[in-house]
Design a protein around this ligand. Structure first.
Ligand SMILES: Nc1ncnc2c1ncn2[C@@H]1O[C@H](COP(=O)(O)OP(=O)(O)O)[C@@H](O)[C@H]1O
Ligand SMILES: [Mg+2]
Length: 388
């Protein structure tokens, strides 16, 4: 199957004309696998079948198996066979089941929605330079490499950039091309935050990581920050946007601006978990007395919101000050949330990975930083109650 996902930026036509499927079947199947969306197939405008994710196969129903290539070569016959016998097909690629082909009424009535809600995490600290964006990208990447036990497939990870500085967006290579849609307000969460009747932004694919979906940010989002504080009902709109993505992602990570303004509050109001990175400096923990106040205010939209973990980044165990920061967190702030194991200060490797628009596990797979990042990922999953 091709890695060129033709429908990643723009969903395919739905219904999809039967006559056009032959050439585009691999792309369509990639799209269905990546988004877990179904696509109806129509013949001269009449729906005749549905290409769907495997999860849509009714569990009790006998199914037949058909290889992608065979399906492509016998499309019309297969669709009519389906019409007559009403027995769904499992589509396979080199014997691996990858998608389903269902008769239209069966797929309408029995499609099993993905019921496990996405794990929603905001990465927040009012201090800039505390490691928010780094953690979002590195942990987001590692989570996408792991198998989700509920689905048996890799975690589907959505990263949302809500910082108008767009560091996460830039870091994922989406700003390097000046003509990239990532430079427009319409691709960010901005329009939807102003008006949830607006079409939701379509997640983009990170330049070097097709497994990571991203809703980008850029400096045009900064004007939304102030309007959100004036219309504070709108702060809850990001939560509505995430509700629309339910079933499509296993994990949603939101990178936030270094503030407690409208965008940061919108992010916190959309999630259940807050992860607070602390860059081994007292400055990074100075503002903590405000944290619980802001959390309490955001519970208006997100009743289960809690600080779930602290993670110390840029840690140097030979420096007294760094050890003190870790100690304050583990001893004094333990009542708020546990602290994960620290991530050691490795300027060269983290900065080089950033400049190269990649992540440390790809840049230097054998670097001890990768082990530390994996350990933190394990700890976060166990703290937040998921085992992906
Ligand atoms: N463990 C680490 N060791 C060394 N430098 C790090 C580490 N983690 C992050 N950094 C660097 O710290 C700087 C700020 O990190 P960043 O994630 O952008 O913070 P924030 O998003 O909170 O502003 C970046 O240059 C990043 O490469
Ligand atoms: Mg940042």
């Amino acid at each position: 199957m091709t890695n060129q996902k033709r429908f990643t930026h723009e969903p395919p036509p739905n219904p999809f004309p039967l006559s056009d499927i032959r050439a585009q079947l691999p792309d369509l199947l990639d799209y269905i696998k990546a988004t877990q969306h179904s696509v109806t197939i129509s013949n001269y405008g009449t729906p005749v079948a549905r290409l769907a994710p495997l999860s849509a196969l009714p569990p009790e129903q006998p199914t037949r198996s058909i290889a992608v290539r065979k399906l492509r070569d016998n499309l019309t016959a297969t669709v009519w066979e389906l019409h007559t016998h009403r027995e769904p097909y499992q589509i396979t690629h080199y014997r691996d089941p990858i998608a389903a082909l269902l008769p239209v009424d069966l797929s309408d009535s029995q499609e099993t929605p993905m019921t496990t809600p996405a794990l929603r995490i905001a990465i927040w600290n009012e201090s800039g330079g505390s490691g928010k964006t780094t953690i979002a990208v590195e942990i987001g990447y590692l989570l996408a490499q792991r198998t989700n036990p509920a689905t048996g497939a890799a975690n589907r990870v959505l990263l949302i950039d809500t910082d108008p500085q767009g560091s996460l967006t830039r870091r994922l290579g989406l700003m390097d091309d000046p003509t990239s849609p990532a430079h427009r307000l319409s691709t960010t969460v901005g329009n939807f935050l102003n008006d949830p009747e607006e079409a939701p932004p379509v997640p983009m694919t990170a330049t070097n990581f097709p497994e990571l979906h991203v809703i980008p940010s850029n400096n045009k989002l900064s004007k939304i920050d102030a309007t959100l504080l004036m219309n504070d009902e709108d702060i809850g709109n990001l939560r509505k946007l995430l509700d629309q993505f339910e079933g499509q992602y296993d994990i949603i990570l939101i990178d936030t601006p270094p503030s407690r303004g409208g965008l940061a509050r919108a992010a916190l109001s959309a999630v259940d978990h807050i992860l607070i990175p602390v860059n081994s400096s007292m400055k990074s923990i100075e503002n903590f007395n405000h944290v619980l106040e802001v959390v309490a205010q955001c519970r208006r939209f997100s009743p289960k919101l809690q600080v779930s973990a602290f993670v110390v980044t840029s840690y140097n165990k030979t420096v007294n000050h760094d050890r003190e920061v870790l100690q304050i967190l583990t001893e004094h702030y333990n009542a708020i949330a546990p602290t994960t194991s620290p991530i050691t200060n490795r300027k060269a490797v983290f900065n080089d990975a950033m400049i190269s628009r990649t992540v440390v596990p790809c840049w230097k797979p054998k670097d001890p930083a990768v082990q530390e990042l994996n350990l933190v990922t394990d700890q976060l999953l166990s703290i937040m109650g998921a085992t992906a």
